[in-house]
Design a protein around this ligand. Structure first.
Ligand SMILES: *Cc1c(COP(=O)(O)O)cnc(C)c1O
Length: 354
């Protein structure tokens, strides 16, 4: 049985979190002399930023919660979802003792964040269907395994991990299952967000960096039980999301229609690109994608990568990752950028292909 108390690090369980001025006094006052801010003003006068932001981002959570249909107490906001990854590892994994499981080929930050925290990483490759290898996972998990990171849609394959497999993990694993849904807005399948009420060991991560087009703002989301979220809040830096970021996210949340339009454009481009890419002789295959990128398998990944760079187009060479032999990851661009990419690939085909 999953029991949060059993997996929480003792130092975190007993931690009295830093209490910021804005948390100590939550009311409204006329004069604020409690936080050593500059009472006179800011170095720039285009924005009023001399006051610390809301440490718990409650306005943002209220609005976001309405859209996502979850309560504010089930939402964590951070400096990108990368902050949520780091905090989850620090909450549950004792350095030098515990481990996390990752499912290559996958997003690189899980491993890096674990290693920074001196937490061991066990890799269980996805199977050739790009699904969870449940028998191998069962063998890998031990009593010190605290977190399994599942990325769905997965980066860099663009594939979905089937929900019944994730549910099997949630039901049998006594640690936390993180489902990273950074690309869920581009997928045909449903988010597992509503399942947080069903599974006390489920954490869903999403981000404003991809579909919402706000990578520069650095705001990520985690959704989980109120207990897990309160632990994350205890660990995070007191003012981890800046005032401007909070203001702009509130604005962004009013523009869901514009976001949906961009998503639909990118999905249309995805269909076109897959079709055209498959026509090139040097392309061995393009994986079906539920995300805003394509994993393209070629005979000549390094040659093609260098050719694109020489022509001012940069893609990601993923050819050294397991199950990604020969593969480049290409983000879906604007319709114009995609045309340029395809025309460059025609040139490559004529010049270089055998
Ligand atoms: C891009 C990406 C993220 C987003 O990270 P942020 O820190 O929110 O920008 C998270 N997970 C995966 C798998 C990604 O590809």
């Amino acid at each position: 049985m999953f029991n949060l108390k059993n997996i929480l690090r003792p130092n975190i369980a007993s931690l009295t979190p830093y209490s910021s001025a804005r948390e100590d006094f939550k009311g409204e006052a006329e004069i604020y002399l409690d936080a050593n801010e500059n009472s006179i003003g800011s170095a720039i006068n285009t924005h009023i930023l001399n006051r610390y932001p809301d440490p718990l981002q409650l306005k943002v959570k209220k609005k976001l919660g309405k859209i996502k249909e979850v309560a504010s107490e089930n939402i964590f906001l951070g400096n990108g979802s990368d902050e949520a990854i780091d905090i989850l590892i620090r909450a549950f994994c004792n350095p030098g003792k515990d481990n996390v499981v990752i499912l290559p080929p996958t997003y690189g930050m899980y491993e890096v964040a674990a290693k920074i925290n001196d937490v061991k990483v066990k890799s269980v490759n996805l199977n050739t269907d790009l699904q969870l290898d449940l028998p191998a996972l069962t063998r890998a998990i031990d009593s010190n395994t605290k977190i399994i990171f599942v990325c769905s849609p997965n980066n860099p394959t663009g594939s979905i991990i089937n929900k019944p497999y994730i549910e099997k993990l949630l039901n049998t694993f006594n640690g936390v299952v993180v489902v990273d849904e950074a690309y869920i807005d581009f997928a045909d399948s449903q988010s597992m967000l509503q399942d947080i009420s069903k599974y006390p060991n489920l954490v869903i991560m999403q981000t404003f960096s991809k579909a919402w087009g706000l990578a520069g703002l650095r705001v990520g989301m985690a959704f989980a039980s109120a207990e897990i979220i309160s632990i994350m809040n205890k660990i995070k830096a007191p003012y981890n999301v800046g005032e401007l970021a909070q203001k702009l996210i509130l604005e962004a949340l009013d523009n869901k229609d514009a976001v949906d339009k961009m998503i639909s454009t990118l999905k249309k481009e995805r269909v076109i690109l897959i079709d055209k890419l498959q026509g090139f002789s040097f392309v061995k295959g393009v994986l079906p994608s539920q995300s805003n990128f394509l994993l393209v398998k070629t005979n000549e990944p390094n040659k093609l990568y260098d050719f694109l760079i020489a022509n001012n187009v940069v893609v990601r060479n993923r050819s050294t990752l397991p199950l990604c032999e020969g593969s480049l990851r290409m983000t879906i661009g604007t319709p114009d950028e995609n045309k340029k990419l395809l025309s460059l690939l025609s040139t490559f085909e004529k010049t270089y292909s055998k």
